[in-house]
Design a protein. Sequence first.
Length: 352
Amino acid sequence: MKALVLSGGTGTRLRPFTYSMPKQLIPIAGKPVLRHVLENIRDIGVTDIGIVVGAPDRHIAAALGDGADLGVRLTYLRQEQPLGLAHCVALGREFLGADDFVLYLGDTMLPEGIGALAAEFAARRPAAQLVVQKVPDPRRFGVAELDADRAVVRVTEKPDRPRSDLALVGVYFFTAAVHRAVAATGPGRRGEREITDAVQWLITAGAEVRAGEYGGYWRDTGRVEDVLACNRKLLEGLRPSVSGTVDAASRLTGPVVIEAGARVTGSRIAGPALVGAGTVVEDSRVGPYTSLGHGCELRRAGLEDSIALDGVTIHGVGGLSGSLIGRAARIGPGAGRHRLVVGDDTRIEVAA
């Protein structure tokens, strides 16, 4: 079996971060989303992985290299324009060959892994096996309708009036039969080549298409709120460890990780919290559900329920909460007034 991971797209809901980096590289609990994805794939024994990236993107290959440190082999496939999931499968046709494969959206977080679903597919080998989960409002997702034997009888992309509450979570298992279906279907009503259209083609042609229900935590990390929620979830499983230095005047409570080279002085950190390598926390308060990247600097600062990417500096500002702070951002007090230097699509909330 091989894997095809989709990491293109423009990430408009995560601007301004996605002007300078792909959304799949935003860290959750100290690790880029895409590394979480690749580890899930590796853990089911799949090591030959193709990654579809946007044509202008260089960040993902720079961050992951050839995949050797993860124990996998990565092949990069460039998509000139975001033309749909089925278009990505067509791009990967030569790489995938005649092998079965798992198609995995690169911004989908499934912390409990996909081992049981992979085993289910391997045991029966239907032409396609969809991974689904019940949701309160399926209109934002592809939706699967099942019969009494859990065979899929219909799939619909973002229907206005869903006939099922089973949403597609962004992971699909396929045999090589899907390539014929992809070749036979064109752009849908949204102008993209939808993977749901290819799956429906298989159903109509009489191929076996099944669904496996995922019972664990699932989050599409396409919005800031989703990134922070997922960070909270993953930090709940944090195992405390201190590889950096913490002085006697500081206090750590709950599960806290202090990575190598980090320094904490005169501060309080309430876990679950992660302090990245080389970060300095001085005379500050770090609250629960906070991840600090590498090389950050907090002095006389207060931060909770937030993610600070690498190189963030916060001096003399407390009360920050629910924040996603981009790389090398600098936050400090003004002289009695607010002063903002912000880019496109920035969102700022200031207490009255």
